[in-house]
Ligand binder design. Structure first.
Ligand SMILES: [Zn+2]
Length: 295
């Protein structure tokens, strides 16, 4: 009961800009990350990673179907971008999966096993209902812990990190070129969304990022779910922001502060740079509170 109330409060105050703001026009920019790896950035929907391959490209996430024309235009400029062989979904959120409607027919859609059930039923998030995907847009391959795909001879490793941003997060490693696509386990330079209703958990998220960071070559290029491509230092800063946010909220909860009091107290000034994205500090604090209150 407690959680239902919290969710409804969040719904009222949230601006779900990245979950389906109905832009008619979108500008998508393509940048090379390393070797055959590119990123398509719309500034709103989740970043599409592309592994170009003359035999047919692999894409990581698919934005929205209504972005079809600009997405196709950008992909056609890349080797193999006319024919998408694999679509990897990093998690279920519609700004990463709705474009499966474009690419599902004719491609193999791959995702973590917890993601597919969420795509087969309507889901309500931030006050917005996402319909189930049509059958041809659904993943046809799911995995549990790890899976390796190949673009020609290039291995593409999918690794599941349980209960971080959601219950079905995949990070994609293109080890040869020292590139990873984190999905929404990383929002570069902004407070993230956390899908507490579907297994997202702040403390576990920090632990999972520590696990990723412990194995990452220092010169790795990182494609975040949202925001520009950056390096390891920025991912560490994001991990630290999550950790510090949890410490602050946990401390206030121990003192018996209410959610309203915690939101009113806000965060120290050093958090100000993180407010430039989709979520304000009070909205982020509410997500952290929800996650810590779940125990
Ligand atoms: Zn997400």
């Amino acid at each position: 009961m407690k959680r239902i109330i919290l969710v409804s409060v969040l719904t009222i105050v949230c601006i779900p800009a990245f979950l389906g703001a109905q832009q008619d026009t979108v500008q998508i920019t393509t940048k090379r990350v390393a070797g055959p790896v590119y990123v398509l950035d719309s500034g709103s929907a989740g970043n599409i990673g592309v592994i170009a391959d003359p035999a047919g490209a692999v894409i990581i996430d698919s934005m929205y179907a209504r972005f079809e024309n600009p997405i196709r235009t950008e992909l056609r400029a890349l080797p193999g971008g006319e024919k998408i062989r694999f679509v990897i979904n990093t998690h279920w959120h519609s700004d990463h999966t709705d474009g499966n409607k474009i690419f599902g027919p004719g491609s193999v859609v791959v995702t973590h096993e917890n993601v597919r059930p969420l795509l087969t039923e309507p889901q309500t998030l931030l006050g917005q209902t996402t319909p189930a995907l049509p059958a041809e847009a659904l993943p046809s391959v799911t995995y549990s812990d790890t899976l390796t795909l190949y673009a020609g001879n290039l291995p593409i490793r999918l690794v599941h990190y349980p209960n971080a941003h959601s219950n079905g997060d995949t990070v994609v490693f293109i080890d040869k070129y020292k590139v990873i696509h984190t999905g929404d386990m990383f929002f570069q330079g902004m407070f993230p969304f956390m899908d507490v209703a579907n297994g997202g958990n702040i403390e576990n998220w920090v632990r999972q990022l520590d696990s990723i960071l412990s194995d990452l070559p220092p010169d790795t290029r990182i494609i975040p779910g949202h925001g520009p491509v950056v390096g390891v230092a920025e991912l560490k800063a994001f991990r630290q922001m999550l950790y510090d946010s949890a410490e602050i909220v946990r401390g206030q909860m121990k003192e018996g502060k209410t959610l309203d009091q915690i939101k009113a107290a806000g965060l120290p000034d050093r958090f100000e740079p993180w407010t430039k994205g989709f979520f304000t500090a009070p909205q982020w604090l509410e997500l952290v509170y929800q996650s810590l209150a779940e125990k």
